[in-house]
Design a protein around this ligand. Sequence first.
Ligand code: AMP
Length: 286
Amino acid sequence: MRDRLRLAVPNKGRLVEPTLALLHDTGLVFEEHDRSLVARVQNFDLDILFVRTSDVVEFVGDGVADLGITGQDLLAETGSALPVTRALGYGRCRLAIAVPGDSPFQAAEDLAGLRVATAHPNAAHAYFRDHEIPVEVIALSGAVEVAPRLGLAEAIVDLVSTGSTLAMNGLRLIGDVLASEAVLVANRTASAARADDVAALDTMIGAVIAARGRKYVMMNAPAARLDELESLLPGLESPSVIPLAHRGMIAIHSVVGADDIWGLLPRLKAAGASGILVLPIEKIVP
Ligand code: AMP
C-alpha cells in the first residue's frame, strides 16, 4: 500500500479553477507548479494528480488514484460504476438534445431515423436506446454545435449550462439526457483500506461545501422580542442568545441560508434587531 493518498483532478477545462479553489478552501496546503503532474500536499498525506478530465475516471477505476474529481457526465459516458462519495455543487450543466431553431422537431421522439452528433456517444446512445428511439449516433470530439449546419446531423447532444452557446449557433433545446455536476469519486478498494484518510478528506470537502451555502448572522435586540426573532432564525440547531451589558438587551447569533439573507434582513429589522452583521463562514462540520 502507498504511504500517501492520491486524488486525481482535471488539469484543463472548466473544472480546474473551481476544483483548486475547493481544495485550497479545505485548508490543504500545496503548490501547483504550472499544473505539473503531481502536487504534494504539505499538511496531509495526499498527492494531487493533475490529469485530463476524461481520464480521472480511469485513474480512479484502475486504482492509480484513490479518489478523483470529475463530472457526472463523464462517469455516465465511461459507464463507470465508481461510487460517488459526494456531489460538489459546481460544474453544473446538463447533457441536452438540441436541433436547429427552424427545424420541425419538438421532442426527442421526433428524431427517430435521424442522425445525432455528440462528443458523448455512449451516454447519448444509452438514452435513445432506453427511450426506444432509433437514431444514428455520430461521435465527434468537438465543435458539435456546428454539426447540423455542416449537414452532418439533424440534432446534437451536448453539454449546456446557460444555453448561450446553443443560442449563438441558432439551436433550440428539445430534451435532456442527464443533469451533471462535479463529484468526488472513490476507488472501492482504496476507500476500504484507507477509510480514515478518505473520511477525513471527505469531511473537510463537505465542510467547505456546507459553509458555501450559509452565512453567519449576528444582531442585537431587546430581550422581549426574542421569540419573534427566533421564529425567523432556524439556525443549525437553535440560535445562540447572549445577554448584553445593557440590561434588557441580547445578542443573537445564527447560521442562515445564503439565499435567504436578502429576504431576511428587513424582517429581522422589523422585529427589533439592530446592528445586524452578516459574515461568511469558512467551514461547517455538523
Ligand atoms: P471541459 O471544460 O469542456 O473539458 O468540460 C469539463 C467538464 O466540465 C464537463 O465534462 C462537465 O462535467 C463540466 N461542465 C460544466 N459546465 C459545462 C458547460 N457549460 N459545457 C461543458 N462542460 C461543462
